[in-house]
Design a protein around this ligand. Sequence first.
Ligand code: IVH
Length: 658
Amino acid sequence: MVKNRIDELIQIINQASYEYYVLDNPTMTDQEYDDYYKELLSLEEKYPEFKREDSPTNRVGGEVIDKFEKVTHEKPMLSFDDIFNEEEVIAFDERIRKTIKNPTYTVEPKMDGLSGSLIYKNGVLVRAATRGDGVTGEDITVNVKTIKSVPLRLTKNIDIEVRGEIYMSKSSFEKANIEREKNGEPKFANPRNAAAGSIRQLDSKIAAKRNLDFMAYFLPNPEDYGIETQSESLEFLKKLGFVTNYKLNTVAHNVKEIIQDIHSLAQQRKDLPFAIDGVVLKVNRLEDEALLGFTSRVPRWGIAYKFPAEEVLTTLKEIKFTVGRTGKITPNAIFAPVHVDGSLVSKATLHNEDYCILKDVRIGDVISIRKAGDVIPEVVEVKLERRKEDSIPFEMISICPMCATPLIKKDANHYCPNKECPARHIEGLIHFVSRNAMNVDGFGDRIIEDFYNMGYLKTVVDFYSLKNYQEELMMLEGFGTKSIQNLLDSIENSKKNSLERLLFGLGIRYVGKKTAQILAEYYKTMDAFINTTYEELVAIDNIGEMIAESIIEYINNKENIQLIEQLKKLGLCMDYEGKQIIENDAFQGKTFVLTGTLEHMTRDEASAEIEVRGGKVTGSVTSKTDIVLVGADPGSKYDKAKTLGITIWNEQEFLQKL
Ligand code: IVH
């Protein structure tokens, strides 16, 4: 009977997956697996009435949702306090020993992904959710069902909640980034961001393609199953069909063993197939857990030891100078590609001449690289002992690398003063369509550079005539009918943007996102703005002399006014549409502090993004701070946030939350 065969095939395939994923011990060739899978697929197509909810064929995704529903966790999903060195490990153990006699601990790799809660009813996966703020998360069931290492049916028909980490393996991460580069999309900074971005896809087919994984590590209600220790929880999870870190998890009986186990995991880290960012310690006996309880925020019975930022050695191949939108020249270190904290990097900014001299970087030097604030690569230092004798000290260039105009120096920076410099034009075009300006989807920086060099784009006005070159564009590598259409639609849509986006997009010197917002709110229309005076400008709150002078210079230039007139004729909105309020629970009612340099926006722009979503930005970290946003080279606010256990976001997390 067909139904029996379907049941049998599901059983065979699930058993094979269990052996492959959970036991790491494949028993079937890929060919055999594919044959069973195809047979099941064709039977299900012919007899949809027999298709089962827990069929492995459901993993290809297909369900598209329009938003993620909110779900409340039965028990809050907490995380542990972070610690950063061995002294803190010793202090943790001493603290525990004040309450518990002879504690033992599980020592587990700290998976670098995002935590997820899976709920099974009668052995079948019925709901998966993100942690969210710990109390309320988002329903990501359709996407989690595509994860091959998540059992859709357990080996026991029980009701249970299981928590663990949704993550992307290093190999899937590399693949995803190769794909993104090919499509002109920005690359993921690390596997954690890649996993977080993928699990929040509304189209589960996309999530399925990203090849995520799940590692189970926690049962919120172990007592329901007669379990007495965390290590028994982990064994129970494995028996139920979950992937656990059974080869790496250990039990330590004293602090010496904990530290040995931490060293051992740190050593294995770079060879593991997934990214880990530390080690999680949990008191093993669950009755001890109960005695220790919680502080107001976190459990006392566990802690997360975070590895220090990984530093990797490489060789400096070249110092490449780039020209920004304002003509600013930036030296960039180009080095032999290396993996740092899970991603492949090959360049880092060297900011300006002073920085290069301070670091004394020379081509051919062995340098160490790390990721600042988890995301942006930076040169830590030169290994002077490995310097070659014939190395040549850094020398700043004196002419523009694009147009050969002699550079001028202002404060610490060098600028190309040529307003017609192609590099400045290209950067200006990139800025115009960027997310905070006109927000056109589908343009990578390279495409804009290519279009500029091919003559399709000269000024921002030309974006709106690209539709006349549809056929030519289609001949270009990487473009198809659909991607061209999406791009043109997005350009057309940008005409409706409110005035502040256009004001920001024009690239007027010193007019950042926040200033553009202030100007749009004040003038309401483009006409009023271009007819303003210096006196009127400086009378506006937060508009200083420097900004006012720059605006006057801009509007006194006939070419700029002509450009605005052309944009008006093309049908771009020239009016302020009122203050936007964007609904976003991650920001609403929360107090933020910013520290360090952000790569994609200024701090003012970041503050504006927070405020438009109902958040508040303050200057110093206190117990009332909810979130600290950390950029490169953060100040003492970062340390204070860590000490107080305040949630820390890096720039990528911030962008994702936006
Ligand atoms: S146990 C009460 N075990 O790291 C906390 N968490 O603070 C229960 N993580 O947010 C979590 N690997 O997302 C636990 N083996 C592991 C983990 C782990 C990674 C994450 C988790 C949590 C944070 C710990």
